[in-house]
Design a protein around this ligand. Structure first.
Ligand SMILES: [Zn+2]
Length: 686
């Protein structure tokens, strides 16, 4: 029993879902599937008015768009319209088995189907389990079981008898008319499973349709729940277009009209006279705000909160985003702004930091890879527009044409691509490009991301992002701030008007204490000592890796006075490269540099130049072996350059991701300590 809403003590407020044996589910699926094909091949079913449960139809979108479009048209053209929503008492549970059998025969289903259905429900019992007790078996005398794969089709089939009646021209013409002069459309009835909505030209037309419904309910032994039905109207009175309270009835009772100024809900979307969706906007804003607040209060690390936002919170608001056409500017200024405000707190970013830009930047470019709600809304709008254009119903396709002027960009994407997948891909690419352009265009905050996009592979940047997601929040926030160059260094404090002197107190060179200066450019002896320690901690990781990767005949030399490694000065005179793998005929040198993100290419060129003539520096031991020089640049935040040239030449396996992750962690940790000691000239004791 799944709780719906209302008093939890009332069993009627629960939806019963039946658990059935797997073999039966397979059988019922096959039964429904072949029956469906039969009905479809013979064109016996209506998919124009009934849009619930049919394969490949986004019925909620089609119907809510239709209702919205019809109401908008009525208002724009100041014409009379009467809407009625109809509710049946426990439709699934009440439908008579006789009715289903009759409906099967009515649709000319082969006798086998009728017999199979009858024998399925003959002597059919359900048992309800509560705690550890079970009820006596209860005979299923009426209704289709929810959870049974064949139920939706059997249910729709019963309703199809009503749909076929309503599809006759004499009833269709009672519907509200709209569309261009050349392509006039009329729509009287919307059905989604048992949820029905009438859209009639006036009260009399609505009443005529209601009379058909009433007669069908009597024949099908369905009970109308009058108090759950609702009516709504709009028309011009005394020259003014106003909301009305239609006087229409079913079974002698008036359908409760929507009070003036209030709303009604069809398939989860609310509609009212102003058609501005103000209450839906407010409700969504409140919902998002609540979800963010709960997340904010959780005792989890920043990275987890960001994950909750992108993996959970987004999914919780997508239904509303898809259902309503909220204006993009509203989504951006309200919903995205709300998310950004929280993300800023979680990341401990200063007000000037471009949180929105860095969060929507793709991971392969160093961003957080969290889509903005605006981007998600654009994607959903694309899906929706595509569904309208591809609809099997001609009037739904007409909505697409009729509203094209409001969706020029989206529609252009759709018509210029072969499939929805291709169009979605193009949109995603465009969104990524825009996010990148925006951030890269920022001189200070975008400098690192821009430079890295030119010097480090997307794969290695993404590895950096995912590694950061699993480190301590302190290091994560440090690295994220450093990436945008918004750490409170003296130069930044001066820029923010919070300090007088922007210069580095360590080297007293008069140079501003920027991100780059602190992490890689300070000339103070203590700073240099720290840089060397950082360099050597990475070097020892590389040594451990290379040592385990050597093949027979290869020897590893390194410039590090630790562990049992051969000294590189045995191979070279007058120069000491960091690493060398010596084979039978060749010596492959690997030179390591830890440099600032904006210096990756310059460092590589510098090293290339420096070791240009290394072949002349070989020792007697090096003999006449060929000497080839390669370099690896690792940035102060742990971005790693591509060294496949080296591994390929030396014939060793490519650098494993585990090693890359260790390097990221080691470097971020070292740089964090360097940063923390940026004003401390005393040598580290540890
Ligand atoms: Zn300095």
């Amino acid at each position: 029993m799944i709780y719906k809403k209302g008093d939890p003590a009332d069993p009627a407020n629960f939806r019963p879902i039946t658990l059935q044996p797997v073999w039966y589910k397979i059988f019922a699926s096959a039964f429904a599937s072949s029956l469906y094909d039969f009905l479809l091949d013979n064109k016996y079913i209506d998919k124009n008015q009934q849009k619930g449960f049919w394969r490949g139809i986004d019925g909620v979108t089609e119907h809510t768009e239709m209702l919205s479009h019809v109401l908008r048209t009525a208002k724009r053209e100041q014409r009379c319209i009467t809407v009625a929503l109809l509710d049946l008492k426990n439709a699934f549970g009440e439908v008579h088995h006789e009715l289903i059998a009759t409906a099967l025969k009515h649709h000319h289903a082969p006798l086998e189907y009728v017999e199979l259905f009858k024998s399925t429900y003959k002597d059919n019992f359900v048992v309800v389990a509560i705690d550890k007790k079970t009820t006596q078996p209860i005979r299923v005398e009426r209704g289709v079981l929810q959870g049974d794969p064949s139920s939706p089709l059997l249910f729709n089939l019963c309703f199809n008898t009503l749909m076929l009646t309503l599809d006759q021209p004499i009833y269709r013409k009672l519907g509200f008319s709209w569309g261009s002069k050349q392509n006039r459309q009329q729509r009287a009835w919307l059905q989604f499973a048992d949820d029905a909505a009438i859209t009639a030209a006036d009260n009399a037309s609505a009443q005529a349709l209601l009379n058909v419904f009433q007669a069908w309910c009597a024949w099908a032994a369905m009970t109308v729940r009058l108090d759950k039905c609702v009516s709504f109207g709009m028309q011009k009175r005394n020259g003014i277009y106003v909301q009305t309270m239609p006087n229409i009835a079913v079974n002698g009772g008036q359908i409760p009209p929507v009070p003036l100024g209030e709303q009604f809900t069809y398939l989860g979307r609310s509609f009212g006279f102003d058609l501005k969706n103000d209450s839906a906007k407010l409700a969504l804003e409140t919902k998002l705000s609540e979800l963010l607040k709960i997340t904010n209060e959780l005792k989890v690390k920043a990275q987890t909160k960001l994950k909750i936002l992108s993996q959970y919170i987004h999914s919780q608001i997508m239904f509303e985003i898809k259902l309503y056409d909220f204006p993009t500017t509203w989504v951006e200024q309200k919903l995205d702004a709300l998310c950004i405000r929280h993300m800023r707190v979680w990341l401990e970013m200063p007000v000037s930091a471009c949180v929105g830009e860095i969060s929507s930047l793709p991971k392969k470019m160093g961003g957080l890879g969290i889509s903005s709600i605006k981007s998600l809304a654009q994607k959903l709008c694309l899906t929706k527009r595509y569904a309208l254009r591809a609809s099997a119903s001609s009037d739904v396709r007409e909505i697409w044409t009729d509203t094209a002027s409001q969706h020029v960009v989206t529609d252009q994407l759709i018509v210029s691509h072969d499939s929805l997948t291709a169009a979605t891909k193009a949109l995603a690419l465009d969104q990524q490009q825009k996010a990148a352009n925006h951030l890269f265009g920022l001189q200070l905050q975008g400098a690192l991301a821009k430079s890295l996009s030119e010097s480090v592979s997307g794969k290695n940047i993404e590895l950096w992002v995912t590694t950061l997601n699993n480190i301590s929040p302190r290091l994560f926030n440090f690295a994220r701030k450093a990436f945008l160059q918004v750490l409170p260094t003296a130069a930044n404090l001066k820029r923010w008007g919070r300090a007088q002197d922007p210069s580095c107190p360590l080297c007293a060179s008069g140079q501003p204490q920027t991100n780059k200066h602190v992490l890689s450019n300070c000339s103070c002896a203590t700073a240099l000592h720290r840089y060397t320690a950082r360099h050597n901690s990475v070097l020892s990781l590389l040594i451990a890796w290379l040592r385990s990767s050597l093949s027979t005949g290869q020897l590893l030399y390194a410039d590090l006075a630790e562990g049992n490694v051969l000294p590189v000065c045995d191979l070279f005179l007058n120069c000491r490269p960091d690493l060398a793998i010596a084979g039978l005929d060749s010596i492959y040198v690997l030179e390591l540099t830890i440099c600032h993100e904006t210096n990756m290419i310059r460092s590589r060129d510098y090293k290339k130049n420096k070791y240009n003539d290394i072949a002349q520096h070989g020792s007697t031991l090096a003999g006449n072996r060929r000497i080839v020089c390669h370099s690896i640049e690792i940035s102060t935040l742990g971005f790693i350059s591509n060294i496949s040239d080296f591994t390929k030449a030396a014939q060793i396996a490519i650098m494993p991701d585990d090693l890359k992750r260790s390097i990221v962690k080691t470097v971020v940790n070292s740089s964090f300590n360097i940063y923390c000691n940026r004003n401390n000239s005393a040598l580290d004791t540890a």
